[in-house]
Design a protein. Sequence first.
Length: 502
Amino acid sequence: MRAIHVDEPMLEFRYGQRMVYPRDGLFLFGPGDGGRAPINFGVIGTPAGVARFRKWMGSVGNLIEAANGDPQHVPFPGYGAAFASAWPDQPPYVIDIIDPAAVSRALRLENRNEAIKTTVDLYVDPLVAAANRLEAPPNFWFVIIPEEIYKLGRPQSSVPKADRVRGSVKLSKSAARGLMLQPTFFPEDLEAAKIYQYATHFRRQLKARLLKDRIVTQIVRETTLAPNDFLNKIGKPIRRLEDPATIAWKILTGAYYKDGGRPWQLADVRPGVCYVGLAYKRQDNNSDDRFACCAAQMFLSSGEGVVFRGALGPWFHSESRQFHLSEDAARNLVEMVVGEYRLMHDGQAPTELFIHAKSSFADPEWKGFEAAAPGTNVIGVQISDAKDRMKLYRPGRYPVIRGTALILHERRAFLWTSGFAPRLDTYLGPETPNPIEVRIHRGECDLKTVLSDVMGLTKINFNSCLHNDRLPVTIRFADAVGDVILAAPQTGEPKLPFKYYI
């Protein structure tokens, strides 16, 4: 057992300039792709929500000072200065016909599946209509939601009994599950049961239902845009939010990415490397609890990501509490990945293919993975949360430095992806940082190379402009991707860019 330090990965910005902190690079140099044409987006919401968005738009076109002098706080220079792309005075496309009364009534329908689907209908229908009507639709839509959607639009949300509204769904969830085991001769029952194919989570269902029509969204709460419009009894905002500059960095970095831009990319990445994260999600409404969906998330050093929807099957194994594909399913999934990689690299296959998963890799699925990528060095890396399994301390005020690794074996280590960050001159976490466990489960590769790659993959989350995440992007969004795939019936293209899911 020995301790080493993995260097903080560098990011590359405009003019080939390198920094470790995304906000520094964007503030000083601009995005890695050199900037784009004026941003092209739409906004949808209630009249009040769209009005709040318009007001917020005016503030982010110019400099927003940092909250204080702490190193992690960087002024937001204005969208145009940060991203070398023009920011409009008004939204290019507007849908402000969402009726707040209709939203409020839909959210209070007694049956929760009906409530969320009806609420999502209010947004999906006009978005799809606009996509079909416009010759040149926007690249993405800001979806501005009232606070009550956030409060009542999640699985654990509960509407007070006195406020519930009777809807049209009479079939219970248990009866709908029973129809899967014993078919009925009554087509109206089968039709009524379809409501339970839709998740009781507004965000996931909205994303899932827009996949078929290839509509990208950025969901923002009204309280984020105008916190002082929503006060509690003592006159304080009902939410404790970050400072305006930080909010602008986070929302608009995601917006630039969803508009088609590349804010930054990893520097010094080996040519021919491809990273794949496996995402699994069990299907709640299936009579067989082994059934789960599988997806592969492909990421390149540029941060480009593509999600491939795999087959639904009995991938969950209760004895090990892990997910494993069949040989055929594994081969088919990675064949899609390699095929897409070839399209993006003039027909060249990757030289190294790293497959990241929370589970280990069984013999049949590994045989399928290798068969799908002949001539490529395929490495299977198991990444798991090692919370409370190991604590490491050092003298002084701050915890261990981010990048500290404890080598347990030539193929296994604990890696502290969170910890003291020298650029920030602090540790931003609330408790002693916990490591993740990184294990080379299949294939051959130097462990330090794998650890360095994992550190780099904690820095390409374009949905938020942070110094780093705790988990690599291949694992960080695995559950979120699975949640979206199963949030509504899927019949569209099995391969879509990552930005559709986040």
